[in-house]
Design a protein around this ligand. Structure first.
Ligand code: ADP
Length: 581
């Protein structure tokens, strides 16, 4: 930046000097004005003309050099700043609370990250920086003019307020149009990414035309805002042309009078005319760049909007790095609400011993997933604490806690990449034998071996080339490789066919062995194989005990269990022995 600023000053000074050789030529070679002290009187006119030419060449040459250095230095600085900005933006997006992500559209956020930052980068380099140089030139030249001929300068600047008045109005409207356009572009990208990532549903329900039409509409509206901004800026450019012509006419009219009255030389008038032309160039570019600057400021607003938001759950200032945990967990009077008026958890307390397999059951919407989200620290509880091996979980460094919690969710998302990459993501340095053992434990060895390239088969985006059950089993293998003391399994068997469900259940029970496990499930035959069942109802624990106890007590769990068993097999299934027993 420093280098660029020095080069900028040099460029401005040289631009100011540029018309002077011509002035000397007109006044002292062609004309016969008295030579000032700094011009050697003995030089003959042809020599002086040659010197003027040489001076012009030198000035322009040096100016070109300075402009080059300035452009490169500024480009370097701007690129570095914006690359860091993009990095910071992505980092912040990753830390923003889930509530933010749930109320924004991923496509729009991607546009902010790529095209909005790109727009800033582009405009800084191609509009803001040249404008800075032009503004320096404007100030330099107008000051020099004012110093030499204050009255003439004043006359030439009469149309300026006209320009400023036009510019102010247009600028605001251009920025508004650009803001709407950026927002529409975000919405358009979001529509596209949503429908493309659900392309199977779109094609199956034959929604292509409906979605295509809504996309086209948004596309056209975006274009019409773009045209509006262009029209405004074109209008502004033309009024600048008129303002400049007015200034030049005034300068020539009043300047000629001064020359005729011999209050200045013809060369001076020429220098002034040249200054006016150069000095007003920034105004012209300003008009031209206003629409791009408008877009950039709209883009900047969208970027800042993200950067200004407070991250969700972050490490406290003196976070402790969690030691290897045993998995002794106290849920201590947990309260939580997504919206203040609708509490989801209203005081849940339980003590879970290391290695215990705890099934969490309850009606849909009872808060089961919410409870495990609090455990994963995706949301902070509004009241109450979670204590792990004697540490309040919110005093532990987030990464050190989450790395000791294995997760298998209802809808496992895999990343585009090989099976192996997906399994070892976040757990580097696992041997081939360990990976194969994990696949065996997860009942996934057979189907992975049958894939075209085995472990090195590349999966589609989100793992779309596998079935649900296969994705679940890979997710179990991933958890095995992480070897965590605590497990969170959130409806891992939902939507699986019988065969897959049996394979997944078996794998899950093997995975859970020796780990403190929270298993949210609607499959009560699976819950019945847990060491303990917590029944949630309206945000509170309504039952808590071993499956056998709860069945004997004949409460909600017992009646659901009997209903479900009767529905699936026509008879009450005998209660299987708990895996730990
Ligand atoms: P369960 O897992 O027992 O079916 P959840 O914990 O998913 O229940 O949800 C409990 C309640 O919280 C439900 O009423 C649900 O509508 C609401 N809820 C869940 N997630 C959100 C969210 N991200 N924003 C607002 N409300 C939510």
């Amino acid at each position: 930046m420093m280098l660029a600023m020095v080069a900028l000053l040099v460029e401005v000074a040289l631009r100011v000097a540029e018309p002077w050789p011509v002035k000397v030529l007109i006044d002292h070679v062609l004309g016969s004005a008295a030579r000032p002290a700094w011009l050697p009187g003995a030089l003959d006119p042809s020599m002086l003309a040659a010197l003027c030419g040489l001076a012009l060449l030198t000035i322009v040459g040096l100016r070109a050099g300075a402009a080059y250095v300035e452009t490169i230095a500024l480009a370097l600085a701007a690129n570095r700043v914006l690359t860091r900005l993009r990095g910071a933006l992505f980092h912040r997006l990753q830390l923003l609370p889930l509530t933010y992500h749930q109320s924004s559209r991923a496509g729009d956020l991607t546009v902010r990250l790529t095209s909005d930052v790109g727009m800033l980068q582009d405009v800084t380099l191609t509009a803001a920086l040249p404008l800075l140089a032009d503004a320096g030139i404007l100030v330099g030249m107008v000051s020099l003019m004012a110093w030499q001929q204050p009255l003439l300068t004043l006359v030439a600047l009469v149309p300026m307020p006209l320009f400023l008045w036009r510019w102010r109005g247009a600028h605001r409207r251009i920025r508004d149009a650009a803001r709407i356009q950026r927002r529409r572009e975000g919405a358009m990208a979001a529509t596209a990414s949503e429908s493309l990532s659900a392309i199977r549903t779109v094609q199956a329900l034959s929604l292509t035309d409906v979605i295509g039409e809504s996309f086209t509409r948004e596309n056209q509206r975006t274009a019409s805002q773009g045209v509006k901004a262009k029209r405004l800026s074109a209008g502004l450019e033309r009024s600048v042309d008129v303002a400049i012509a007015l200034s030049t006419a005034l300068l020539l009219w009043y300047g000629t009078r001064l020359v005729l009255r011999q209050q200045m030389t013809a060369g001076d008038l020429l220098v002034f005319a040249a200054y006016l032309k150069t000095a007003f160039k920034p105004l012209q570019s300003f008009a031209k760049y206003t629409s791009r600057l408008g877009k950039a400021s709209a883009a900047a607003e969208r970027v800042l909007d993200v950067l200004d938001r407070t991250p969700g759950v972050v490490d406290p200032p003196h976070a402790i790095v969690a030691p290897p945990l045993r998995g002794d967990i106290h849920l201590d009077d947990l309260h939580f609400a997504y919206h203040a008026e609708a509490p989801v958890l209203a005081g849940v307390s339980a003590h879970i011993r290391p290695g215990e397999l705890v099934a969490i059951v309850g009606a849909s919407g009872a808060g089961k997933s919410t409870l495990v989200h609090l455990l994963l620290r995706l949301y902070p509880p509004s009241r109450g604490r979670i204590i792990v091996d004697g540490h309040a979980v919110d005093t532990l460094a987030l990464a050190s806690w989450r790395s000791q919690v294995g997760v298998v969710l209802q809808d496992t998302v895999l990343f585009a990449g090989t099976v192996r990459d997906n399994l070892t993501l976040g757990t580097a340095g696992r041997s081939e034998a360990q990976v194969l053992a994990a696949l065996r434990l997860a009942n996934a060895d057979a189907f992975v071996a049958a894939l075209p390239q085995g472990l090195d088969t590349v999966l589609g985006e989100r793992g779309a080339t596998l079935s649900n059950g296969q994705r679940q089993r890979l997710s179990i293998a991933r958890a095995v490789l992480r070897d965590p003391p605590v497990l969170v399994l959130d409806e891992p068997t939902v939507g699986l066919d019988e065969e897959n469900e049996a394979a997944v259940c078996e794998a899950l029970l093997r995975l859970a062995r020796g780990r403190t496990t929270f298993l949210v499930t609607h499959a009560l035959h699976l819950a019945a194989r847990a060491d303990r069942v917590l029944v949630l109802g309206s945000g509170r624990l309504v039952e808590d005990g071993t499956p056998a106890d709860l069945l004997r007590r004949g409460g909600a769990f017992a009646s659901w269990y009997r209903d479900q068993s009767a529905r699936t097999s026509g008879a009450v299934v005998p209660l299987p022995v708990s895996h730990a027993g």
